[in-house]
Design a binder for this molecule. Structure first.
Ligand code: IMP
Length: 173
């Protein structure tokens, strides 16, 4: 794969260790809730697949796809649901798995929308967070890493649909 000019922001071993820690924390909190793990496509697919493989409790999975970006590196401010959940969530405990919280718009919108369906509880795990960019508050309980305001790719995250498969996170200019 041809890589752009880049700096490694989070290495492979660091990611592996942190995912295990997060999975243990989530197991302790939600292990007896039979949660519905809701993976937000496409960016969270690698994070989610590594995370759930550490779960040693019953859970179910569903997938949603949202779009707020097109192919630019700044949010358009509009969230579209491209794929909704397959099953009802009333009275369920949800664990939403997101790739990165940037302005917070996507999660803010999603949580408001899902709350209307009356789940018992909604928890959120995000691989990355850029706190400096936050405009919409959302309570993300499980955060892999906080990063500076830079555009990053790898480990599921893309630039124009590329670089998702990198096993580490790089910043591109
Ligand atoms: P938010 O709605 O502003 O929080 O943006 C969240 C979405 O923007 C994420 O789910 C990503 O798809 C995308 N995004 C934000 N920052 C980055 C980045 O640095 N790299 C790749 N995608 C990003």
């Amino acid at each position: 794969m041809i890589l752009p000019e880049h700096e490694v922001v989070i290495g492979e071993d660091e990611i592996k260790a942190r995912i295990k820690e997060l999975a243990d924390e989530i197991s302790a909190d939600l292990g007896d809730k039979n949660p519905l793990v809701v993976v937000i496509l496409k960016g969270a697919f690698i994070f989610a697949s590594d995370l759930v493989r550490h779960f040693d409790f019953p859970y179910e999975m569903d997938f949603m796809s949202t779009s707020s970006y097109g192919s630019a590196t700044k949010s358009s401010g509009i969230v579209k649901i491209l794929k909704d959940l397959d099953e009802p969530i009333k009275d369920r405990t949800l664990l939403i798995i997101e790739d990165i919280v940037d302005t917070g718009l996507t999660l803010h919108y999603l949580v408001q929308m899902l709350k209307l369906r009356e789940p018992e509880r909604i928890e959120i795990a995000a691989f990355l967070s850029k706190p400096a960019r936050r405009k919409y508050s959302s309570e993300v309980k499980y955060i892999g890493f906080e990063i500076d305001d830079r555009f990053v790719v790898g480990y599921g995250l893309d630039y124009q649909q590329k670089y998702r498969g990198l096993p580490y996170v790089i910043a591109i200019e």
